[in-house]
Design a protein around this ligand. Structure first.
Ligand code: AVJ
Length: 322
């Protein structure tokens, strides 16, 4: 298996630049959620997926395990599989196993987290007849590369699981899917996992668990800035906050400053916090089935089929590029 790796310096530079931009802007401070997944953050997310309160990952795993055969029966062959944000690859196993009958299959997971790519490759290495080619890139850059190397006559199946789509807030989800659609041809498909809206107490508990795993996952972003960018955040001066924004139908994760304080990143800049001021670190949009259907149409897809879990409202939708 080959790895298309981003030059290490390039990704370190964009992390530094995006952190600076997000912390120094006027108004609401922000940090991009994609940076939550360093090796420790990826391990903490795996722990989150085991929490009784966080049913999302298990719900999707049940759907894919139960319906993999039916899902792939809708996918035109021959097919090349790519995945936007594979994580540890555990959910993908069911799709890949269902797809690889006798003909060999190529699978291109796209991840900016090298740690996730490594665990994905070892998780899935036992599936014979699948060759895994990790692509260490931002989603759209990676998809452009994968689309360029598809053999003529081969269809693309793009997996976008785990409700990562929900991290694109404020209409960015439709824009992102339209960008994905541009790399596809009619007959290609997109399997989209989206978490559905559910009672408020259940949604809040999923993002603010009693043992504090999600809090550690969130605060690790500050620890990462300390480790990689020479920041001096005192993590005890900050706390995890999860709230539901009714207007946008999103859980928002923030990191709140417990007091007035000043933080430095290297010697190059200082960031002042007021007591109670927050850094917005993630949005997790919660969909209705109607919203998913509208999103599909708005971004150039046709809804082919949909599967749901009966314990935890979650929808897996197969979209066909129209
Ligand atoms: C991996 C993006 C789907 O939005 O639920 C879990 C990340 N954040 N707990 C989500 C997450 C806090 C997760 N996704």
């Amino acid at each position: 298996m080959t790895i298309t790796a981003a030059p290490a310096t390039e990704s370190a530079v964009s992390f530094g630049l995006e952190v600076r931009a997000g912390l120094c802007q006027a108004g609401q401070k922000t940090l991009p959620s994609k940076y939550l997944y360093d090796p420790l953050g990826s391990a903490l997310f795996e722990a989150i997926s085991l929490l009784p309160e966080y049913g999302l990952t298990r719900a999707e795993e049940r759907i894919l395990r139960r319906h993999a055969e039916e899902i792939v029966s809708h996918v035109p062959r021959p097919v090349l599989v790519s995945e936007l944000g594979s994580g540890n690859g555990r959910k993908t196993r069911w799709i890949l196993s269902a797809l690889c009958g006798r003909e060999p299959l190529s699978y291109y997971p796209i991840e900016i987290s090298r740690a996730a790519l490594d665990s994905c490759q070892s998780e899935l290495s036992d599936i014979e007849a699948v060759s895994i080619v990790g692509v260490e890139r931002e989603y759209l850059d990676g998809l452009r590369e994968v689309a360029a190397l598809r053999p003529e006559g081969t269809h693309l199946l793009v997996l976008f699981l785990g409700s990562t789509i929900g991290n694109f807030d404020g209409g960015a989800d439709a824009r992102f899917l339209r960008d994905v659609r541009r790399f596809l041809l009619p007959g290609d498909s997109l399997l989209l996992g989206a978490d559905l809206i559910k009672p408020l107490d259940r949604m809040l508990a999923a993002y603010d668990d009693p043992p504090g795993v999600t809090a550690a996952f969130n605060l690790n972003l500050l620890a990462r800035i300390n480790r990689e960018l020479g920041g001096d955040f005192n993590l005890r001066g900050f706390e995890h906050v999860a709230r539901f924004n009714e207007m946008t139908s999103s859980i928002e994760m923030h990191i709140r400053s417990r007091r007035e304080q000043v933080v430095h990143v290297r010697d190059s800049y200082a960031v002042a916090f007021k007591e109670g001021e927050t850094i917005w670190t993630e949005s997790c949009h919660k969909y209705t089935r109607e919203a998913i259907a509208a999103l599909a149409v708005a971004s150039g897809f046709r809804q082919q089929a949909q599967w749901m879990d009966d314990e935890w409202p979650f929808a897996e939708t197969l979209l066909l590029a129209s």
